[in-house]
Design a protein around this ligand. Structure first.
Ligand code: F6P
Length: 339
């Protein structure tokens, strides 16, 4: 048995832990050979492969990023793209391909499975946690910890200067990271893409806080969040266009409206970099082992998932059909601390 693996879409902590688990389990348990395709779907498109061995994947569990590198390339945008992938699978004599990705990468895998009979198994990763059919994607917990630690640091400087600090975090369509990170970091208001908020509600909450003696406030805003009735904050949130800007804009509006000195901070790619948390290392490892088992059982067109703390597998349609947006019950919990 020979299997391939690729990592696609935005990188996230835990990708190397998955690669390590796939190689270790594939080789030791199933006597399988594993090859890595480089740079997401570009790898099979251009037949860029890298043999993976126990030695080359040793010591990877704590390493951020992906040794296979990644890209957002979509083979369906290219002439003969899908055919080139099928050819590359044949050339490398592969029985199956493990695709580690978020919604876009897994949607491509589904099309390749359905339209080109590619033997794929997916593993869900993304700091956005917006893939359906899994309670969590790996990478998310690390990003939440980074946001929470950043907010701890912002608290002390905000407090020292009597400032309002607006912290913009990633999340184009889903507010999981903003909400989890905001709750953990003690945010005084959180804005998420799922719910447009009136500027007045935010400034009132800040004023209320200040009126009861708190001279600083921390606001967390997801990059895809919008202000109610404010067209300028209706960012182009389609596809993978660059977002950003809402934090800065919101900070200016808050300062004008409240008179409190306000600054904006964009956490950006820091949220995706560095070592995975222990939780993400374990989840990535569990996913990697389960994906190898699916390939050897020839259960293709499926994604491994975490449900009620058990690893299961689900049809790719279920995972990619609709986006998993924020559970608004969680937002309600967060809002207990607004104002
Ligand atoms: O999909 C993960 C993610 O980090 C999003 O949260 C963010 O909006 C996007 O990727 C940024 O992508 P890029 O690094 O390509 O600009």
């Amino acid at each position: 048995m020979r299997m391939g693996i690729l990592t696609g879409g935005g990188d996230c902590p835990g990708l190397n832990a998955v690669i390590r688990a796939v190689v270790r389990h594939g080789m030791k348990e199933h006597n399988s050979e594993v090859v890595g395709f480089l740079e997401g779907w570009r790898g099979p498109l251009q037949n860029m492969v890298m043999p993976l061995t126990l030695k080359s994947t040793d010591g990877l569990i704590q390493r951020g990023g992906t040794i296979l590198r990644t890209s957002r390339i979509d083979p369906f945008d290219l002439d003969r793209g899908p055919d080139l992938i099928v050819e590359s699978m044949k050339k490398n004599n592969l029985n199956g391909l493990i695709v580690v990705g978020g919604r876009e990468t897994c949607s491509i895998a589904l099309r390749m499975f359905k339209e080109h009979k590619l033997n794929v198994v997916c593993i869900p990763k993304t700091i956005d946690n917006d893939l359906s059919a899994t309670d969590f994607t790996f990478g998310f917990d690390t990003a939440v910890n980074i946001v929470s630690e950043a907010l701890d640091r912002l608290h002390t400087t905000a407090e020292s200067h009597n400032r309002v600090l607006v912290c913009e975090v990633m999340g184009r369509h889903a507010g999981w990271l903003a909400c989890y990170g905001g709750i953990a970091g003690g945010a005084d208001f959180i804005l998420v893409p799922e719910k447009a908020i009136a500027l007045h509600d935010i400034t009132e909450a800040i004023k209320k806080r200040h009126a009861r003696g708190k001279d600083h406030s921390i606001i967390v805003v997801a990059e895809g969040a919008r202000l109610e009735g404010d067209n300028a904050s209706d960012n182009n949130v389609e596809g993978n266009h660059k977002l950003g800007g809402i934090g800065d804009r919101l900070a200016k509006l808050i300062e004008t409206e409240t008179g409190f000195e306000t600054r904006a901070i964009v956490l950006g790619h820091i949220q995706r970099g560095g070592s995975p948390t222990a939780y993400d290392r374990v989840l990535a490892t569990r996913f990697g082992v389960a994906a190898v088992d699916l390939v050897t059982e020839k259960k293709f067109g499926r994604m491994v998932a975490l449900q009620n703390n058990r690893i299961v597998d689900v049809p790719l349609e279920e995972a990619t059909g609709s986006m998993k947006t924020l559970d608004m019950e969680l937002y309600k919990v967060a809002s207990v601390f607004f104002g």
